[in-house]
Design a protein around this ligand. Sequence first.
Ligand code: APR
Length: 173
Amino acid sequence: MSTIEAVRGDITTQRVDAIVNAANSGLLGGGGVDGAIHRAAGPRLLEECRALRAGSLRDGLPVGDAVATGAGRLPCDFVIHTVGPNRHAGQTDPADLARCFTSSLAVAREVGAASVAFPAISAGVYGWAGADVARIATEAVRADLAERGGVDLVRFVLFSEELLELFEARLAG
Ligand code: APR
């Protein structure tokens, strides 16, 4: 039976098997949680991302896809990078956002990560409303774990009280 929880906190301090990064298609870092993860992980993470861009991900990581790397100095084993839809670029399809969560869980199962922490993907720079992200994220994760299992703990790590309350309300329902 999988546990799904929501906490207020910094995803870079979470002691889980994998943390999910709200990256961009370029995969070479950025602001927000992407910047925080790269800062905490150290240069090794960027080296691994550069290697992906030079190899299997020559054209970048498409929206809704996910890929795992090591975690550098972070207190976890893997960083799973995914790219959320950018509302400011007209990417408003909820299915794209849901796929960020299900693709990341599929990668977690592939690498054997039993505990996974997610940020509120697309709820920052990419401009999606927190309430929509909370609904889409919790529905996608619940359905995926009910159907496939394979991950014991999913933790949504929220950076604001408002987002925490939105996710908690969805998980209580
Ligand atoms: N821990 C947890 N959550 C965090 C952290 C952190 N250390 N830092 C920021 N957040 C939160 C933000 O407050 C927001 O609620 O993560 C959520 C996602 O915001 P962004 O990081 O802006 O991600 P996103 O909206 O998906 O935009 C992605 O922003 O940082 C760039 O390179 C990134 O281009 C990409 C885009």
